[in-house]
Design a protein. Structure first.
Length: 122
């Protein structure tokens, strides 16, 4: 996972297995194979780079960062521990920790305290 700062101060978040190669693609003349949103915004500076682990977790972290407002992204970049907490939260969410699930229908029926009357009410 990486965050790039553009010449105009814009922040771009992405994921790649080889961040330096991807940054070179973004900075290539004419855009190359880089993101369209970065074309014409060179020079690009790598603001942060982080090894996340699995691709799915990296996509989850990327999605969380992209959802943040610009001031929150800048706040996140100020200290590494803030990014660490965001990654930990994404990891916990993906593993199911801290998520409360509704009980299954069968457990709701079996734990019911009401009894079925044996004789009809009429």
């Amino acid at each position: 996972m990486y965050i790039v700062r553009c010449r105009d101060g814009a922040l771009y978040t992405g994921i790649a297995t080889d961040v330096m190669r991807r940054l070179a693609q973004h900075a290539a003349p004419g855009g190359g194979r880089g993101a369209k949103s970065l074309r014409g915004r060179a020079p690009l500076a790598l603001a942060v780079q982080r090894v996340i682990g699995s691709r799915s977790l990296a996509q989850s972290v990327e999605s969380r960062i992209k959802a943040l407002s610009r001031p929150r992204k800048l706040w996140l970049l100020e200290k590494r521990s803030r990014l660490d907490r965001l990654v930990a939260a994404a990891r916990a969410e993906r593993s199911g920790a801290g998520i409360t699930r509704k009980p299954s229908r069968s457990s709701r029926i079996s734990s019911s305290t009401t009894s079925i009357p044996t004789t009809p009410p009429w």
